[in-house]
Design a protein. Structure first.
Length: 371
């Protein structure tokens, strides 16, 4: 509906996670993490493919042991999406996955151990063109910071991040991104706002352990929404105690609402009332389920009556306004045809897919002319 966002994004250094640019004005990437046993290679591959089909730009995989590192190598060979290896404590695991084609290492240099181990990991990352993600979490702060601050605070999160950053800066390694996550919205937002003024590297946003599908979506939307509105954030992960695919859906919906990404259908739908001339809620539920595979940006309005319907439809690629005896369909803001309630969802799906194909063809024609 609107081509550009009024949000002015924070200027940051750009890194690449595989073929996905992060920071430096690149589109904000959406990522999730597998929750399968990494040693179960087939199950992990299947979940990664589901995440990729849902639109994931990046997927993170936990690699807790050397056997998991070998499994990771087989997983890496079987999927296309960039993979981040989540590693703690054992630097040898990081060195092994670097050999096996990892696209990013999620480590905290401080818990890797001695300086020579950190140097070895950084050398492997540098030699293989692999960026590093420093991941600070309020639930796992260093004991010294727990003693200093008494409890997790924004200042403690930032100090922890700066300690880890110092390890990389001493080794002249700048291709990293940072997260300072907390389950408390106020703490996370304050920490990210502070850190954003201190470093040039991209920021990975997240409200950690946010909760289940509904509560976690609400909490993440508030916390990440505040930061994104500030222009802070280069990649996001919505942490939900739910199917990881839901994290991708929520993440893209969040970015679409702020006009920061435009992948897939942007539905505008009324909550319905007694004026509705068709079942708006059931229609929307069916359309969202049927059209999950569509990645082409498209604005579709589904409004149950003529109060707001025409106004929304005129600003949409395709819009439906409830009417009696027939509903009115708009294409590119102009009345196009009448639709009855018989087979309404089937008709809408067909028309939306037709519109998607037209848009794809138009974009392809532009590419050919410019070639």
């Amino acid at each position: 509906m609107h081509a550009t966002s009024p949000i002015i994004r924070r200027i940051s250094r750009q890194i690449h996670v595989g073929n996905v640019p992060v920071g430096g004005g690149a589109p904000i990437s959406v990522q999730s993490m597998t929750n399968t046993d990494t040693l179960d290679v087939d199950a992990t591959i299947q979940q990664i493919r589901q995440l990729e089909q849902a639109g994931a730009d990046i997927v993170r995989v936990s690699v807790p042991c050397m056997d998991a590192a070998e499994a990771f190598g087989r997983i890496r060979q079987s999927v296309d999406v960039p993979l981040v290896a989540d590693i703690h404590f054992d630097h040898k695991i990081a060195l092994r996955v670097a050999e096996l084609g990892v696209d990013c290492l999620r480590i905290n240099p401080g818990n890797i151990g001695r300086e020579d181990r950190v140097r070895a990991v950084v050398s492997a990352a540098r030699d293989n063109g692999i960026p590093i993600r420093i991941g600070v979490n309020a639930g796992s702060l260093e004991k010294s910071l727990q003693r200093k601050y008494g409890e997790p605070t924004p200042d403690a999160l930032v100090e922890s991040a700066l300690r880890h950053i110092d390890h990389l800066e001493r080794l002249d390694f700048a291709d990293f991104k940072v997260s300072v996550k907390a389950s408390d919205v106020f703490m996370a937002v304050a920490a990210y706002r502070d850190l954003a003024t201190r470093i040039e590297q991209p920021l990975h946003l997240g409200i950690t352990e946010a909760g289940g599908l509904r509560s976690g979506t609400v909490k993440s939307s508030i916390g990440l929404g505040l930061l994104l509105m500030d222009g802070i954030g280069d990649t996001i992960r919505v942490s939900l105690a739910a199917d990881p695919v839901e994290e991708i859906k929520v993440g893209f919906d969040m970015l679409k609402s702020l006009r920061l990404r435009s992948k897939g259908i942007n539905f505008i739908a009324c909550p319905s009332c007694s004026r509705q001339n068709f079942d708006v809620i059931d229609t929307m539920n069916q359309l969202e389920e049927r059209l999950e595979d569509v990645m082409t940006p498209l604005d579709v309005s589904i409004i149950g009556c003529i109060v707001n319907g025409p106004g929304e439809a005129k600003e949409s690629d395709l819009g439906l306004t409830g009417g009696s005896p027939s509903n009115l369909l708009y294409l590119d803001g102009k009345p196009a045809q009448k639709l009855t309630n018989d087979n309404l969802v089937d008709d809408l799906e067909r028309l939306i897919r037709d519109k998607v194909r037209q848009k794809q063809q138009a974009e392809q024609d532009i590419i050919i002319r410019d070639a």
